[in-house]
Design a protein. Structure first.
Length: 204
């Protein structure tokens, strides 16, 4: 009996600790998104303000429209990342998930545009990348970044599938006890938790 009372007393404290941890994590993503946006504006200020390449040079003239579209798509993704982080911090999960669909599509567009832009740019203007270690080094770096970007989004997609599974799965079961009259209580099943953890590890 005393054990049950003690457990009941500590449960609210554990719940508050979980809430604080979740809020801290959500705030971290808002701060990270803000830093990313500021870094993007500062790093690409020549392009955003004057339509110039890195260091104030000219954009490869053969693919100017492609570079512009790629830049707009990448900047939009950074902005959307911040907006989604703000949504989830404020508890607006529905808008966060809806924006996530657009973010997933935009991420795919960024990967395709980024890869094509890097390939064509180094082909048509290899001399312009000598300051960055040469055309081949730049191309390898860009393609590697696009690969890392893709893997990160696949990992995020896996995490979202786990979240949906947890929300829709039978994590809680009803157990009836009879103490004069039947009443319902809900308890977490340990074996279900272990299965969900294994499923999460498989996806991640």
């Amino acid at each position: 009996m005393s054990g049950a009372i003690s457990a009941a007393a500590t449960q609210p404290q554990a719940q508050r600790a979980i809430v604080r941890s979740v809020q801290s994590e959500r705030l971290f993503y808002v701060v990270a998104g803000s830093v990313m946006l500021i870094a993007t504006v500062v790093g690409f200020r020549a392009f955003l303000a004057h339509g110039k390449a890195f260091g104030g040079g000219e954009i490869t003239r053969q693919i100017v429209p492609l570079v512009v579209v790629h830049g707009v798509a990448m900047f939009s993704w950074v902005c959307l990342f911040l907006v989604q982080s703000v949504f989830i911090l404020n508890g607006n999960r529905r808008l966060h998930m809806r924006a996530g669909v657009g973010g997933a599509v935009l991420a795919g567009v960024v990967v395709i545009l980024g890869s094509v832009t890097a390939i064509l740019s180094t082909r048509d203007n290899p001399a312009g990348y000598q300051i960055l270690g040469g055309a081949r080094f730049f191309l390898a770096t860009m393609l590697g970044e696009m690969l890392a970007f893709s893997l990160a989004h696949l990992n995020q997609f896996g995490q979202r599938q786990v979240e949906r599974f947890l929300e829709r799965g039978p994590a809680l079961v009803r157990r009836e006890t009879f103490l004069g009259e039947a009443h319902h209580s809900w308890c977490l099943q340990d074996h279900t938790n272990r299965n969900l953890a294994a499923y999460a590890e498989f996806l991640l």
